[in-house]
Design a binder for this molecule. Structure first.
Ligand code: FMN
Length: 354
């Protein structure tokens, strides 16, 4: 166990009250602020952070519809994935206090426009497990890394750990190694890229969330890989270098290298709003598990932006179910410095208390 994980475990154990049983009174304002701050570190499409929290007798999560991407995400799928990731972080934060969260997804019906996405209450007390402490310790170290990875492949044991992480949140995960399936994934990603590259509305929306000056949201240039040296990757990444000011550094020996990264498909059997939220929880658990294993990750969601391409994914994966997210996963190059964190809105911006 890392020093950080050990410290988290110790802190959590000292905080954990001896008595069992609890009530919503455990959800104090101070705790809710801490939980919401931890939730905010979650990834979100274009760093839109499309969540709003409300603390009343329970803690409630709603979609911030002003932050939905109407071009790339008209039905809110990626908004729900992002909010699901935040929800998973929130549950870990409560676990660190020895609290057992009871999370009800869409407690009042599944219309994300008018209804809460989730309600969290406290069901009881239980000391956090070592694995949960390790996942919490990974939260500040998980950053989307779009740079080329070290060529070292993922082992079967590693993939198994990631698969279990997804399954424990009610999703499935597969790591395509079959050349035909990898080819199909690559073709679908390229096709999505081409369609979006020639869509002026898509480009305008992306530009609106690209940041050249400090801002509490959106994608700063420091995390975008410049496109002046063409990538020779088996899978094209979403092109975020909208104004050719991208500034993420690449280890010199990897610039222009052939890339065959590990990829993971995360999916659900059905495709309701609840499934999408659950897929976001699973995605975050997979991303944090990957971080604890020394891996770096980047979502590649351009092929799931489009309904038609998602159907093709479904066909390509042999009826596994609905692909909700594609992740690029690998080991960082030893000479690559850690990716910088992207900014977040403040807790006061996203938490209402009544
Ligand atoms: C649903 C979802 C879809 C995403 N799609 C992409 C993508 O297609 N390409 C990409 O480079 N990053 C993608 N990201 C990563 C976000 O851009 C990133 O999470 C955000 O900028 C915050 O940065 P961080 O992950 O380093 O905290 C996605 C994230 C989420 C949650």
């Amino acid at each position: 166990m890392s020093t950080e994980a050990a410290q988290s475990l110790q802190a959590a154990q000292s905080l954990q009250a001896a008595q069992s049983g609890s009530s919503s009174a455990d959800l104090t304002t101070a705790l809710a602020r801490e939980v919401v701050a931890t939730a905010a570190a979650a990834p979100s499409i274009h760093n839109t952070q499309p969540w709003l929290w409300h603390l009343g007798s329970e803690l409630t999560l709603r979609a911030d519809l002003d932050r939905q991407l109407t071009v790339v995400d008209p039905d809110g799928r990626q908004l729900l994935l992002s909010c699901g990731a935040a929800l998973y972080n929130a549950s870990l934060a409560l676990r660190m206090h020895g609290l057992q969260p009871q999370i009800t997804l869409f407690p009042d019906g599944d219309d994300l426009r008018t209804r809460p996405l989730a309600r969290i209450s406290i069901a009881g007390r239980r000391p956090p497990r070592e694995a949960e402490c390790a996942l919490v310790a990974a939260i500040p170290h998980r950053h989307t890394d779009r740079r080329p990875f070290d060529p070292r492949p993922l082992s079967a044991t590693t993939i198994d750990r990631l698969r279990v992480a997804a399954e424990e949140q009610g999703a499935w995960l597969t790591a395509p190694t079959d050349p035909n399936l990898r080819l199909q994934v690559a073709v679908l990603l390229s096709r999505a890229d081409w369609i979006e590259a020639h869509n002026a509305d898509y480009q305008a929306e992306l530009a609106a969330w690209s940041r050249t000056a400090p801002a509490p949201d959106g994608i700063p240039r420091s995390v975008v890989v410049p496109t002046d040296i063409p990538r020779r990757s088996e899978f094209p990444l979403r092109d975020l270098d909208v104004d050719l000011t991208a500034a993420a550094g690449i280890a010199p020996e990897l610039a222009g290298a052939i890339e065959r990264p590990g990829i993971l498909l995360i999916g659900t059997d059905a495709d309701t709003a609840t499934d999408r939220l659950r897929a976001g929880q699973a995605m975050q658990r997979v991303l944090l598990t990957a971080t604890t294993l020394g891996l770096v990750t980047s979502p590649m969601s351009q092929a799931i932006d489009m309904e038609g391409l998602r159907d093709q994914f479904r066909a390509a994966t042999g009826g596994l179910g609905h692909v909700q997210m594609i992740l690029r996963v690998g080991y960082p190059h030893p000479d690559s410095p850690p990716m910088p964190a992207t900014p977040r809105r403040t807790v006061a911006d996203v938490l209402r208390i009544s």
